[in-house]
Design a protein around this ligand. Sequence first.
Ligand code: MIG
Length: 805
Amino acid sequence: MILNTELEYKGDLFPSNIISFTKDVDTLHFYASNGVILQMTIVRDSVFRFRYTTTGIFDEDFSYAITKYASRGYNELEITEDDEKYIVTTAKLVCHIHKADMRKSIYDVNDNTLLSQDELGFHWEESYEFGGDIVKMSKISQDGESYYGLGDKPVHLNLKGKRFENWVTDSYAYGKDTDPIYKAIPFYVGLHHRKAYGIFFDNTFRTYFDFAQERRNITSFWAQGGEMNYYFIYGPEMSAVVENYTDLTGKPHQLPPLWALGYHQCKWSYYPESKVKEIANTFRELKIPCDAIYLDIDYMEGFRCFTWNNEYFPNPKKMVQELADDGFKTIVIIDPGIKIDPEYSIFKEGLENGYFCKRADGPYMKGKVWPGECYFPDFTNPEVREWWSDLFRELIEETGVKGVWNDMNEPAVMEVPGKTFPNDVRHDYDGNHCSHRKAHNIYGMQMARATYQGVKKYSYPKRPFVITRAAYSGTQRYTSSWTGDNVATWEHLWIANVQAQRMSMSGFSFIGSDIGGFAEQPNGELYVRWIQLGVFHPFCRTHSSGDHGDQEPWAFDENVTDIVRKFIEIRYELLPYLYTIFWKYANEGTPMLKSLVLYDQDDTQTHYRTDEFIYGEKILVCPINEPNAKGRRMYIPRGKWYNYWNDTIVSGGKETWVDADIDFMPLFIKEGAIIPKYPVQQYVGEKEIEQVTLEVYYKEGKEKSELYEDAADGYDYIKGRYSLRSFTLVGRKDELIIQQHKSGKFITSYETFKIKLHGLPFKIQKVEVDNEEMVFEEVKMNGDNTLEISKEFTELHIIGENSSK
Ligand code: MIG
């Protein structure tokens, strides 16, 4: 191979000069004289895909991450060239590809801002041991550039100056800066000069990212095998980058059942049956809302998947039914390891059909996990996924279990180096046979996918609920996730917060942490502070290893119980708000949690913030991360915000002290917001909703809010049986107008809204609805700035006493 001597660097090889170019619809090929080919696909005006081969032949184009539903198509594509370069122009971007060395520079088409510039660009090292190449890409880190994303990394939100590895790993009691941990999401966002772009390196081998760590001005990423295959996604808004990435790798295939957004209680382990019921009953007695209860590994017979320990659970169907009668959904754990036991039907089936993973030279992949020595289904084989999905029939359809929890699917193996399969294990990879080096990072994803298919099939016509520990990009299509085995420390409360935000900006919003910490034991104060954060995470579950004592809301003292109840009640009141932001996420890929930088990237003060985040669109949350705090300093983003607890208004763009004794936390509502609330229920569906409260936060100016509802489960919403209400609030000195626009065919159970007005700067003189002054039957003025009004109103007009209208 000919080397470009000028660029030679530590034994790396480089593309040489481009000698020809072809174009086929949306795909361009650039050929270098040494056999390197760059394939560039115009996915959208703002999304390019770049692939390189060093051999003149591309691998089969196959990805577990990219969804077939991804949008494609651009408005403009023009290709020109001059002596030095090819110039590819779309409606959003310009890309220069240099003829001398294949290096690329990408610019904003509107103002020519240089967004991304190859340094060495693509280069590689031949891998003698495994064949193929170690593929590398390096780029210039731009002035003032910050980096975000990468899934579950337990580090400061801004990744600048750090190096990371993506290799899905069981990480019991990981800490701040531990890397890698459970997930591999090779996607990051770069932000500089007020413009954000994303890079998704769709390579499932062990990948690395260096954000100006090794060399101050260079950002690079590389993989131990496979192709240099990455997507460049332009914003310029960070939220648009995340939305486009989520469009590529997929949104959740359906909304979760509403109950899955309730509170979940878990422990390793609740057994026997009497214990499970005692826990459930205590929730009801103490009136702490709860929707789901979990059975960890001890429900099984010798940890054999799809079996029950009959001593602990003599009649699972009856128990699950009784729990369901009291509003509890039962969720059970299923691990990938199948016990080697010739008497065990699932083992026999797997063996007979050749469904288990094998080593390079033929033996089965044998590894020790909870059941003892196990074989492991090759979930990368579509036939195995089909088989696996059918195994859920009894559990879901017969027994009535409502959700499945996939654990240990990194895959984790005990007592071996690397805690996982050896590299030589073979995988089907949907027909693209390969070793574990390539399949490792997607093994857990494919298990969760097969589980999802099964739970979905047998839950029908209800919606499925699945939760996974391991994940690769795209896993969000099938399942929710948690952040694994954290620890009951204050630092871990901080970690849980950044991880949830980071997952959200990595396209995976349905995320939460083990509230209170999995390992070790929180004190009541830490548990309270963690619940306060956890109720603002899309997935909200207390879990603990059980080794160190109890971790139910009543396990501390009465004061703790009362505060925990208060915050879980807030979660239940805000369910319609949460459901609406989930719907937005599932529809548009909008991250449900927005780090301040994602919310307001033009404000450079947000670029290094970690603690504060926006829950949905309108609620600013900031946890208390320290013991004995009576409040904290926090950054309030630009704009005006109402303190949730007392309606005082603060102007943002600065740091400020916020009071928050143990029974409070800093919580603010964006001015102009309309926040829908349900009455507190002990579980979703306990009550028929008879009235929805709209908390209206006055603003001088205009603001839009939404409320999405449907039957809370089932698939009718896809056929149009949903109810979407868009509210436009316009406030002036002496009046407030709220317009409502409705769409969808779902008829909600309630007839009226209770409107609660916050921060109204005038006394009400009169109220008009749809241009008629209201008579008492139509609007009930309560004298305390609340009024009741038909849910069908189109325009509510509140007129102040000094208005001439
Ligand atoms: O080796 O199933 O992260 O949530 O409770 C430990 C027992 C296996 C690890 C999970 C944790 C779960 C535990 N599991």
